[in-house]
Design a protein around this ligand. Sequence first.
Ligand SMILES: NC(=O)c1ccc[n+]([C@@H]2O[C@H](COP(=O)([O-])OP(=O)(O)OC[C@H]3O[C@@H](n4cnc5c(N)ncnc54)[C@H](O)[C@@H]3O)[C@@H](O)[C@H]2O)c1
Length: 338
Amino acid sequence: MKNILITGGAGYIGSHTAVALVESGYNPIILDDFSNSEKGVLKGLKKILSKDVKSYEGDCNNKALVDKIFKENEISGIIHFAASKAVGESTQIPLKYYSNNINSLLVILEVMKKYGVKNIVFSSSCTVYGQPDHLPVLESTPRKEAESPYGNTKKICEDILHDHIKSKPNTKAIGLRYFNPIGAHPSAEIGELPLGVPANLIPFVTQTAAGIREKITVFGNDYNTKDGTCVRDYIHVLDLADAHVKALEYLEKQEDNFIDIFNVGTGNGNTVLEVVQAFEKVSNQKLNYEIGPRRPGDIEKVWANTDKVNNLLGWTAKYTLEDSLRDSWNWQKKLSGI
Ligand SMILES: NC(=O)c1ccc[n+]([C@@H]2O[C@H](COP(=O)([O-])OP(=O)(O)OC[C@H]3O[C@@H](n4cnc5c(N)ncnc54)[C@H](O)[C@@H]3O)[C@@H](O)[C@H]2O)c1
């Protein structure tokens, strides 16, 4: 069984990917410092998988620790999720973001080279596109200036991967540009754990429905979209997790020093109000929401062209927006003891 190191594997997307890896016959090994996750995630994984997932607690900027993990385990590939991801916080403490997100990638690449480990999948984001001129957005679309230090770290990490591969280290890399991951494992054993006030729509929606928040503010209804609210491409985290397995399988078949980038989205956009209505339908709840002013830095609309990921990785999103919202709601109910 091939060992796959998943940095940030106790996080939202990493934990669901651990499940997908086991289901596809891989052996995931988690490295996480729990800076944005809880150890209970490991218990959730055990319940779903009926076995422990091997894990190391620590910082993947700690080169000695990463070296030790590579020495102790024959690692066949890495999925590098670990990063700080709060866009708003990144504008207040940008150095934390540049330091954590960029340095951790450098450490991983250096240790991979030392041990001759070939395959890395990197978590990038559709944030690198900014507001695209044409929709749906293609991977070949030039990236725009980043809206935040967080977004800039994703651009810089993509560039680091390109420059590294150009130097022929005998490594192979895929960057996945995620659109908007939502949903949770249907068992409600793992899901998204936003710390503090959520910055993303869905945790805000589910927390409002659970009575934790009084109401949702929809940031602007005067955008150039069908109902005036922003449009995003919401993808079930199970589909996203599966895309990582497909990316690894694809990488394994490539020649050394291969690199490519893929969009991972559904190919459909939904407005904020459509999400609110779909949530009301699946949860059978009326949501308290109000229309507020636009939020600075928000992109009007973005959704993915998925032809490349569909054709080359053989991956397509299977779950609907309703499936995702139902699973998010079940996870929230579990968290809130409803
Ligand atoms: N969730 C999204 O909307 C989204 C969208 C696009 C891209 N991404 C990217 O996907 C990746 C995973 O996102 P997520 O939503 O699962 O985030 P998350 O915060 O839930 O998971 C990240 C995990 O990494 C850990 N971590 C952070 N820095 C670390 C370090 N130095 N060493 C060890 N562990 C560390 C955290 O404790 C956490 O468990 C991130 O790189 C993020 O930027 C996320």
